[in-house]
Design a protein around this ligand. Structure first.
Ligand code: PLP
Length: 375
């Protein structure tokens, strides 16, 4: 046993990530680029390790949320193009240039600031323009009455000095839902995206990389792949990954540290929300909310150990939680407990906790060592 594998750890299968990359790649039209989303430490999997594997596999682009995440990749030796999806204050344009990063620009005012800052530094900043087609978050407004103004602002941005406008993109709000209303909403977002591009290109500008397909669109709307796709969750084996033969890349594992028998009527954990109804063989698992287990899942989820599912009982504590082992006699002190992975479904766990798989992956905390596997 590895020293790190004593309490709670996360096994990250780089082989699964490679498998998932190749399975998604196979679905892309000829010439379509692959951008791997590695923000938030690659959804908890470890950004540098995932990025290096994607680089070896031949992915075209990476994206992260902010400058610090991009610098971390560069310092670890990642050479691929890297797109920053969020805002970077213009006083950091020198870092963008020094590390050869591509910056998202989400309105004309910011484009002006970037252009001026790059000019002062004597450099050219590579940018992708982001359009707000219905997510109502970041991006140039272009819907309805804003269309003409939006196109004008995009064209003006393209013509600013010291900016190299390499791409244009938008983000979908409901591409992962397959009900009729969501499908119509995504199609409307896509049409608006294409319409703005056509109107801008009619005014003499050109975008080398047009992209909008997140994981949901890669699965449900393959006609929207355009010049590049931008999957995150799929790469890690979740979302509708099962449909494409993708494999979950992370397995969160803990161990049983203590087992005791309690008489009926015994209350377990903070708040006394669980009371034993029978003589109960109760195990203490060495993982709690400080490791990333959601407090809201208390008493609703079960984990996998020694061939069976064991129900979690009582409040989840900071560093541990309890499981009922009465019907799992083969589980002993030291037994491994899979919190999620091949056997215990992360998607079901998230539903029971009232959250989404994304949040649980990102929540696996810093104190949980990642063990990288090639298989
Ligand atoms: C996070 C993010 C993605 C990836 O989303 P998934 O649902 O994980 O595929 C794609 N594009 C943008 C702009 C994002 O912020």
């Amino acid at each position: 046993m590895n020293d790190l594998q004593k309490r709670t750890w996360a096994e990250v299968s780089l082989g699964a990530i490679e498998n998932n990359y190749k399975a998604i790649r196979k679905r892309l039209p000829e010439g379509c680029k692959f951008l791997g989303i590695v923000k938030a430490d690659a959804y908890g999997h470890g950004a540098c390790e995932v990025a290096k594997r994607l680089e070896q596999c031949g992915a075209d682009y990476l994206a992260i949320a902010c400058l610090d995440e991009a610098i971390e990749l560069r310092r670890s030796g990642v050479k691929m193009p890297v797109l920053i999806l969020g805002h970077t204050p213009p006083e950091y344009v020198s870092e963008l240039l020094r590390y050869d990063l591509t910056q998202t620009v989400s309105c004309e005012a910011k484009a002006t600031e970037f252009s001026e800052a790059a000019g002062r530094l004597g450099g050219t900043l590579k940018i992708h323009i982001k359009l707000d087609t219905g997510m109502s978050r970041l991006g140039f407004l272009c819907d309805g009455g804003y269309f003409d103004e939006g196109v004008k602002n995009v064209v003006r941005t393209c013509n600013m000095p010291n900016l190299d406008v390499e791409g244009i993109y938008t983000h979908f709000a409901v591409s992962d839902y397959d009900d009729a209303e969501s499908i119509a909403y995504t199609k409307r977002q896509f049409k608006l995206f294409c319409d703005v591009i056509s109107a801008a290109e009619a005014q003499g500008v050109h975008f080398k990389i047009r992209h909008c397909a997140n994981s949901g669109a890669v699965v449900n709307h393959p006609e929207m792949m355009l010049d590049m796709v931008r999957p995150g969750l799929l790469l890690y084996g979740y979302g509708d990954g099962g449909k494409l033969g993708l494999r979950p890349a992370m397995r969160l594992v803990s161990t049983v540290s203590t087992i005791k028998y309690y008489e009926p009527g015994t209350c377990v954990s903070y708040g006394r929300h669980f009371t034993a109804e029978r003589r109960t063989r109760m195990g203490v698992v060495a993982a709690g909310y400080a490791d990333g287990l959601p407090w809201s899942a208390a008493g609703k989820c079960s984990f996998y150990s020694e061939g069976s599912f064991v129900p979690q009982c009582g409040n989840i504590c900071m560093d541990m939680c309890m499981v009922d082992l009465t019907e799992a006699p083969s589980v002993q002190v030291g037994s491994e407990v899979e919190i999620f992975g091949e056997n215990a479904s992360l998607t079901e766990f998230a539903e029971k906790a009232g959250t989404i798989p994304y949040e649980l992956l990102c929540a696996v905390s810093k104190r949980v060592p990642r063990i990288y596997l090639n298989v």
